[in-house]
Design a protein around this ligand. Structure first.
Ligand code: UN1
Length: 479
């Protein structure tokens, strides 16, 4: 039985503990790992430990932080195959994609190892004679990290690494659907040389453990990735407490395909963005907006490619699309397919629960045409491989359709026209814009984030992460 990590040690298993079974979505009777759930009291202990450790860790040498983070990154990369298999087993992401995710996690730690050393600060002459001004950044304090199930190691990594690099301490709560990758990461961190209390991990439910983190007066900032509804609740709590918050939530990311597109590129970009990772990415392109001249050829080719995708066990090398993460997500996908049909869209292929003897949550990628912009499949985030294709007359209509959404995470365009590519990059209100590339699948060393209903607060990743994980101080001194 595995447990949470608090104040420098994995807590002793308690026979009274509430148990959590981590199941494999490719074979749900198989238990990947069993955990003792943390409760509010343990959360409180972790928060106190983080607050105490913060007093010294905030003054630690950048070299100490760099060395430790680099060590963590090195071990993650060295054990990539094993960690990818754990990830595939608990989340259902295929091993090929899981390897990419593990690499991203390892590289994030190595990137922030260097960022810890990056000098920062500015000196100014005051407007008053004889006075000097220094501006520099300092740690925020205790960071509460709440991460989702769809990137079980990369998202924790890109939140934990900058938090530690910039001298903060951490209380981390992974999603209960994916505790095994988080546990493996915590185990690596536990041997990295960090002082006790600097990093704590709690495996437990949002309503007790998450709530304790959100409400504790000792927690100075919250970074969260997950659903929009939870994000809104967190934003309200953070506003009441007047603490810093960073939220990454949903998306309904548009991919525009213009008449002048290279058809092969358009089809591959749509296929990857809409269906890979089983569509379970906030950056997925779940609506494609296609101009009339290329529409029919595009749909025909995309349908053929979609039907050829092999849905199967995440651990098998032959699989293109792994299972949906759990029964409730499967139900949600199926209910959106139902909604699309009821609203009059045409289901070209997929949209079915593919039952097998292991009870896997397999779902065939769904392609809808004859979509209207008021339909739920076109407007709402589904978080599954369900794609709605909207036909439009020209570029201007495509841009207007792309912008017609309460979200603003990523957006893409497939075109061979420099003019349209440049125009789209400037006029799209999404936080990330891709040209001839899928809307999902981003780098670790540049900012990540969106606008409107998708994100709130400073950007994650790259050098921009410093904005969230540090405070600015301005000092004045008479010479
Ligand atoms: C990616 O598309 O490479 O939860 C990353 C998510 C995002 C990460 C997407 N925060 O899907």
């Amino acid at each position: 039985m595995k447990t949470s990590f608090v104040d420098g040690a994995f807590v002793a298993p308690d026979s009274q503990a509430d148990l959590l079974d981590n199941r494999n979505p490719s074979a749900p009777t198989e238990i990947v790992d069993r955990f003792a759930r943390a409760d509010a009291a343990l959360a409180e202990k972790a928060i106190q430990a983080a607050a105490k450790a913060s007093l010294t860790w905030r003054r630690s040498s950048p070299q100490v932080r760099a060395t430790i983070l680099d060590r963590i990154g090195t071990e993650i990369l060295a054990r990539r195959q094993e960690l990818a298999e754990v990830l595939a087993r608990e989340e259902g992401k295929i091993v090929r994609e899981a390897l990419g995710e593990v690499d991203r996690a390892g590289h994030s730690f190595k990137f922030y190892a260097q960022e810890a050393l990056r000098a920062n600060g500015e000196k100014f002459d005051s407007v008053r004679e004889g006075v000097g001004v220094d501006v520099f950044t300092q740690p925020v304090g205790v960071i509460g990290i709440i991460s989702p199930w769809n990137f079980p190691i990369a998202i924790p990594a890109w939140k934990i690494a900058p938090a530690l690099a910039f001298g903060n301490t951490v209380v981390f709560k992974p999603a209960e659907l994916v505790p095994s990758s988080a546990w493996a990461l915590a185990e690596i961190i536990s041997r990295s040389g960090l002082p006790a209390g600097v990093f704590n991990m709690l495996i437990g439910p949002g309503r007790t453990v998450g709530d304790a983190i959100l409400r504790s007066p000792q927690v100075d900032a919250i970074t969260f990735t997950g659903s929009e509804s939870t994000g809104r609740q967190i934003a309200q709590l953070a506003a009441q407490r007047m603490i810093r918050v960073q939220l990454e939530m949903g998306g309904k990311n548009p991919l525009v395909v213009l008449d002048d597109a290279d058809l092969d590129v358009a089809v591959e970009v749509a296929l990857n963005g809409s269906f890979y990772s089983t569509g379970q990415r906030c950056t997925a392109s779940s609506r494609v907006i296609v101009t009339a001249g290329i529409h029919d050829a595009f749909v025909e080719r995309l349908a053929a490619r979609t039907k050829a995708l092999r849905v199967g066990d995440a651990l098998s090398g032959d699989t293109d699309i792994g299972p949906v993460v759990d029964p409730s997500q499967l139900k949600q996908n199926l209910s959106y397919v139902e909604a699309g049909l009821e609203e009059g869209a045409t289901l070209v292929c997929g949209g079915q629960h593919l039952e097998n003897d292991k009870g896997a949550y397999h779902f065939s990628p769904a392609l809808f045409t004859n979509v209207r912009s008021h339909m739920r499949i076109y407007r709402e985030e589904i978080f599954g491989p369900v794609l709605a294709i909207l036909k439009v007359a020209d570029y201007e209509e495509a841009l207007a359709a792309a912008e017609d959404t309460p979200f603003g995470l990523s957006a893409g365009i497939v075109t061979t026209s420099l003019k349209y590519a440049e125009d789209f990059k400037r006029r799209s209100s999404a936080g990330m814009v891709m040209v001839n590339l899928p809307t999902a699948g981003v780098d670790y060393h540049v900012p990540f984030g969106g606008n409107r209903g998708s994100s709130l607060g400073p950007r994650e990743q790259g050098t921009y992460a410093r904005q969230f994980f540090t405070r600015v101080k301005t000092t004045y001194q008479l010479a």
